[in-house]
Design a protein around this ligand. Structure first.
Ligand code: IPM
Ligand code: MG
Length: 354
């Protein structure tokens, strides 16, 4: 199991260090894990002048899975667009064809009070958002900034999906729904946008191959409302790149903190990139304050999806539940009566629980 480790920027190196300790426990117990590091994002710009340099690309192409911290930071905001850290993230997703982004939003009972919603609205919450990750307005051509025929400045992006792109993400989403509660909600804006009217049509067509799954459709504006009104109506949600970006951040806050949420981005063969759903948090970078649990849970997703090690994945997830039950909290999930710990202490607690 060759794992490319990309710590990235901001809190990335701190949270990745904790996930690596978890991997080290499993390695010492006999799992054949090999890791190698490369920079991505701002760190890669500093080292190689590019956010996704060849060195990193080669390592990631050869690896069986990639574990990423986070990218971005104020130091890089003034760079030309193609050199910015976010472009490195988009480039690696596209390069490795990681079209299926799985973002679970699970509420741990111990954190029910950390949510801004009433406990009865979120208790027991367990949603899987399946976000298409390599198409849509993020990558559609034409795109750009320029001057229109009237001589006025303008900017444009293109929302675009091909049939094969929608079909393959539909199959992933239906497959996941089959293994869960067999309810899939496809989110679109079919009342306005042709791209998503098309999306809906393909979803309905693929549904014929998954008769046990109950498919429903929802407009994205309504979905945003329903997520805060009655989120437990959802099991699996599938949507395009831009709607998924927004709804997954929203869903994350139902669970109390985005610092708890892992993600997996998979290709057709379950090679994957695993990263916390949150960003690089420059404001707390280097202070040993970040919550490493999303990255540790991403490592569990790696064991499950790329390596088929379900028992090991469950064991890591159980260790996370244990440390929460023991009362350890980083600042983002802290509440009175619990023990506030640093990023590294939280990592050590997970290792101890393992
Ligand atoms: C995410 C992030 C990225 C995205 C950014 C950093 C490019 O918000 O992974 O959700 O928009 O996809
Ligand atoms: Mg996002």
């Amino acid at each position: 199991m060759k794992i490319a480790i990309l710590p990235g920027d901001g809190i990335g190196p701190e949270i990745i260090a904790q996930a690596q300790q978890v991997l080290e426990v499993l390695r010492q117990e006999g799992l054949a894990i090999e890791t190698e590091q490369a920079p991505l994002g701002g760190a890669a710009y500093d080292a190689f002048g590019q956010p996704y340099p060849e060195f990193t690309q080669k390592l990631c192409r050869e690896a069986d899975a990639v574990l990423l911290g986070a990218v971005g930071g104020p130091a890089y905001d003034q760079l030309e667009r193609p050199l910015r850290p976010e472009r490195g993230l988009l480039a690696i997703r596209k390069d490795l064809n990681l079209f299926a982004n799985l973002r679970p939003a699970i509420l741990y009972p111990e954190l029910a009070n950390a949510s801004t919603l009433k406990p009865e609205v979120v208790s027991g919450l367990d949603i899987m958002i399946v976000r298409e990750l390599t198409g849509d307005i993020y990558f559609g051509q034409p795109r750009g900034m320029g001057v229109n025929a009237q001589g006025e400045r303008e900017a444009y992006n293109t929302m675009r999906y091909s049939e094969s792109e929608v079909r393959r993400i539909a199959h992933v989403a239906f497959g996941i729904a089959l293994k869960r509660n067999k309810k899939l909600c496809s989110v679109d804006k079919a009342n306005v946008l042709e791209t998503t009217e098309f999306w809906k049509e393909i979803m309905n067509d693929v549904a014929k191959e998954y008769l046990q799954v109950e498919l429903s459709h929802m407009y994205v504006d309504n979905a945003a409302m329903q997520l805060v009104r009655y989120p437990k109506q959802f099991d699996v949600m599938v949507t395009g790149n831009i709607f998924g970006d927004i709804l997954s951040d929203q869903a994350s806050m139902l669970t109390g903190s985005i610092g708890m949420l892992p993600s997996a981005s998979l290709d057709q063969n379950n090679k994957g990139l695993y990263e916390p759903s949150h960003g690089s948090a420059p404001d707390i970078a280097g202070k040993d304050l970040a919550n490493p649990l999303a990255t540790i849970l991403s490592t569990a997703m790696m064991l499950r999806y790329s390596f088929g090690l379900e028992a090991e994945a469950l064991r890591v997830e159980k260790a996370v539940k244990t440390v929460l039950a023991q009362g350890y909290r980083t600042g983002d999930i802290y509440e009175a009566g619990c023990q506030k710990v640093s990023c590294s202490a939280m990592g050590a607690a997970v290792v101890a629980a393992l």
